[in-house]
Write a protein that binds this ligand. Structure first.
Ligand SMILES: [Zn+2]
Ligand SMILES: [Zn+2]
Length: 331
């Protein structure tokens, strides 16, 4: 029932009204991380393209899936509910900024946490700065602050699409020139590499891929939510001790791995662009022991929690003669 249709509501005692507002609010749990969908544009100063390396974030047009939209009713219902939200939405004691949300006729603001929430880029233009002289910063305007202040976003995401593997350019620089999600991703990785940046951390959200827990890795502990879906950090590679092989399930994560391997392969050509680059003998042949440069090595992955597949049970292919579960192959 909409608050506006419950006519006796204003006649309830204030205390009771406040309890109802608080009860209706989806407050952050301290371990909850929000996922928001944003568009970004390189920042400009006074109409002149600045040599800046900053991108300004705003909520993606028409977005209905961001976590920050969840309490929309309470932020917009009336002054009383809004006051409650202002008081309780910082309940975790974390830094937050207000992101602007376009309402019907009237904008409103919802708190987001720039340093721990994940901001998934869904851009119309996929514009980025041309300048790689500094590490790019993706910033969110802080509407709490008086005057203009921006805060850096620490976690950026891209939503994986299997079309990323289609007609992938044979050269990293051609990929970087694309106005596409994978083009933007390749430029951001290139910029991070040239500037030895570790931020923003880049996540790939795999919305429709089956996954399982890797027994060699600690299971997911963090919970991430957009408007109505729960995601968990996963490995992109599911090695099964039981079957002694990797699992691909529906093949979506196989497609993710195929893309990241190709990205790494293409990115080898960029290694020489780094100011500290020194050729080594290992670059001459493939027999070198040094680990090959990989521009995409620190990508992290998120999967839809409901797409989890149970761990294998029953007899594995090597278990016909003996139960060898405890035998460790040593890798
Ligand atoms: Zn298995
Ligand atoms: Zn077994």
């Amino acid at each position: 029932m909409a608050a506006s249709s419950f006519h006796p509501f204003p006649r309830l005692p204030t205390e009771l009204r406040l309890q109802i507002w608080i009860g209706a609010c989806v407050f952050d749990q301290p371990d909850d991380y929000g996922i928001h969908y944003i568009d970004v544009e390189p920042s400009f100063t006074q109409g002149i393209p600045s040599p800046s390396c900053t991108l300004i974030a705003r909520l993606a047009d028409g977005d209905k899936n961001s976590a920050c939209l969840r309490d929309g009713g309470l932020w917009t219902a009336c002054k009383e509910s809004r006051d409650i939200m202002i008081r309780y939405s910082s309940v975790g004691g974390r830094d937050f900024v207000r992101i602007n949300i376009r309402g019907n006729g009237k904008d409103w603001h919802s708190p987001v946490h720039p340093t721990h929430d994940i901001f998934c880029i869904k851009s119309k233009t996929w514009n980025s700065p041309d300048n790689h002289s500094e590490g790019w910063q993706i910033q969110i305007p802080d509407l709490n602050a008086q005057g203009l202040r921006t805060t850096n976003i620490r976690h950026i995401a891209f939503e994986f699409d299997e079309s990323w593997n289609k007609d992938l350019p044979k050269c990293y620089y051609d990929l970087m020139s694309e106005t596409s999600a994978r083009g933007f991703l390749s430029r951001l990785l290139y910029n991070r590499f040239l500037n030895n940046s570790t931020t923003p951390q880049i996540w790939i959200i795999v919305k429709n891929g089956q996954w399982t827990v890797d027994l060699h890795q600690p299971g997911p502990t963090t919970s991430l939510n957009d408007y109505d879906t729960n995601y968990v950090p996963v490995s992109s590679y599911f090695s099964c001790r039981h079957c002694r092989r990797t699992h691909d399930f529906d093949g979506v994560f196989q497609s993710v791995r195929s893309f990241t391997y190709d990205l790494g392969d293409l990115g080898v050509a960029c290694e020489k662009d780094h100011r500290n680059y020194k050729p080594t003998y290992d670059d001459v042949g493939d027999w070198g022991f040094e680990e090959q440069f990989n521009i995409a090595s620190d990508l992290e992955f998120l999967a839809h929690r409901d797409m989890q597949i149970d761990l294998c049970t029953g007899r594995g292919p090597d278990e016909d003669e003996e139960d060898s579960d405890d035998f460790d192959l040593g890798f």
